[in-house]
Ligand binder design. Structure first.
Ligand SMILES: Nc1ncnc2c1ncn2[C@@H]1O[C@H](COP(=O)(O)OP(=O)(O)O)[C@@H](O)[C@H]1O
Ligand SMILES: [Mg+2]
Length: 311
């Protein structure tokens, strides 16, 4: 059974996640290619390892480029570090002023502020780039490939982290405002207030999209091995508690060949995990993808993978 429901025109954002090396990038790229047959699609890589470029055999960078051989498909790399430095350089003055005005406040506020730094802001800024694209509405589908080792989880938890920081900052501002009003009788909203308000709006926008089951779907990728299975369980439970929908699970690298002793032994060793995956994730539509002899690189290999994903 292949991936289902992705051609629903309300569904805009697909996020691929899972353990490192399980096939997230390959599956995200093949899915984007398949969607691009009917929809104008933007593939967004958030993995600094440039894996989408490697997979496609085409240089993808910080500007949107058309993907060769797939007329409706474009791709871009969006990295948290990069997005953060753009944000910092655009708002250095306001951030400095926020801290300067806070020196009039009590020590507890300042310590709280400094201890918190700005958690989650890098991921929020990279996600903002994605939601900005979505709001411009140039594409019908947005396919996001995430980096391994908890990156998808950071991406999911970052709006909440930043929201906590905004609350502390807003409380400090409120005291500052009270003080100014007491001295001068009135208070004018300044650029720091504008920045905090716009950050708050950004967080809300991201949370709204992530939690909207009609617009956003998370597609976990795993392989029939013990560690990958455990990580998938953890990922799915965090997605569920964050209100982000996952309807299907890609089970990659499944051995199908019986032709040699190695193949037969690999196949036998996968069997208990495949059974476990079917039981543990029985509520999800499982899509099994065979282990190919060659890695997934270039359009021919991606087309083969695409057929497996959407057969
Ligand atoms: N079904 C498959 N058969 C053979 N090789 C695969 C398969 N899926 C992925 N690969 C290869 O495994 C490696 C890791 O895949 P990748 O998609 O980059 O994983 P991730 O993005 O999860 O780290 C790549 O070299 C890729 O070509
Ligand atoms: Mg990858």
């Amino acid at each position: 059974m292949g991936l289902k429901g992705l051609d629903n025109s309300d569904l805009k954002l697909l996020i691929f996640g899972g353990k490192g090396g399980v096939g997230k990038t390959s599956c995200a790229v093949a899915t984007a290619m398949s969607l691009a047959e009917n929809f104008k699609t933007l593939l967004i890589s958030t993995d600094p390892a440039h894996s989408v470029s490697d997979c496609l055999g085409q240089k993808i960078g910080f500007q949107v480029v058309k993907v060769d051989g797939s007329p409706n498909l474009s791709a871009i790399e969006v990295f948290a570090d990069e997005a953060l430095s753009v944000f910092i350089s655009a708002h250095q003055a306001e951030l400095k002023k926020l801290l300067e005005t806070s020196t009039n406040l009590d020590n507890q506020d300042i310590e709280e502020m400094l201890a918190l730094s700005i958690p989650g802001i890098d991921e929020v800024m990279s996600f903002k780039t994605i939601t900005d694209f979505m709001e411009q509405g140039e594409y019908d589908k947005y396919v996001v490939d995430t980096a391994p080792t908890g990156h998808a989880l950071r991406l999911i938890s970052s709006p909440k982290l930043l929201d906590d920081w905004i609350k502390v900052a807003a409380r400090m501002r409120w005291k500052y405002r009270y003080m100014i009003t007491s001295f001068s009788g009135s208070y004018q909203h300044d650029d720091v207030d504008v920045l905090l308000l716009s950050l708050k709006r950004t967080v809300k926008r991201i949370e709204n999209i992530l939690r909207d089951a009609t617009r956003c779907e998370f597609i976990p990728v795993c392989i029939p091995e013990a560690m990958a299975m455990r990580e998938t369980e953890r990922l799915l439970s965090i997605l569920a508690s964050s209100g982000i929908v996952a309807r299907q699970l890609i089970v990659n690298n499944v051995m199908v060949s019986d032709e040699c002793g190695f193949c037969r032994r690999s196949k036998a060793s996968q069997l208990p995990y495949l059974t476990g995956i079917n039981e543990t994730f029985r509520h999800l539509n499982k899509v099994e993808v065979q282990r190919f002899a060659e890695e997934i690189k270039g359009l021919d290999a991606l087309n083969k993978l695409k057929m497996c994903l959407f057969e």
